[in-house]
Design a binder for this molecule. Structure first.
Ligand code: DCM
Length: 136
């Protein structure tokens, strides 16, 4: 019997600064995909809306507050992950409160989409670079 596909919903943010650069964070040692540069975000927990999950993740990971009205869904991509399939939904935001701090990541970096091609990124994040470049 074929195992049912198991989708893992993940949300992430492209935080865009006044110069059109986007915040990436480096996944820490000891976690899956360690060392790779990702759009900040994480899993949508059962019962959570994607927007609520993203607001929670951005507070937990970066200590910033993003008003829900400032989250614009922009693009999605998917990638196999172990025996599951990760579905990554990317939101663009240009407005938040607080200065991003790396509470969970090993480093933060502001990067133009055109320069992201040179960075190692998780498989679901990589296809979003071109879309982001076209949108910003
Ligand atoms: N993930 C990803 N790209 C992101 C954020 C997360 O591929 N921008 C993946 C990494 C993990 C899973 O989603 O496999 C859950 O993330 P976390 O470990 O941060 O909760």
């Amino acid at each position: 019997m074929t195992k049912a596909a198991y989708l893992l919903p993940v949300v992430a943010a492209a935080l865009v600064d006044a110069d059109g650069r986007v915040l990436l964070q480096q996944r820490p040692e000891g976690r899956s995909l360690a060392g790779l540069w990702e759009f900040p975000g994480g899993k949508v927990e059962p019962g959570e809306t994607p927007e609520a999950a993203l607001i929670r993740e951005l507070e937990e990971e970066l200590a910033i507050t993003v008003p829900q009205a400032c989250l614009a869904p922009a693009a999605f991509a998917s990638a196999p992950l172990d025996d599951r399939h990760l579905l990554l939904l990317l939101y663009i935001t240009r407005k938040w409160t607080g200065v991003p701090r790396a509470l969970e990541a090993s480093a933060l970096r502001w990067v133009r989409p055109a320069d992201m091609h040179d960075l190692p990124m998780p498989p679901a994040d990589r296809p979003l670079i071109g879309l982001l470049d076209a949108l910003l």
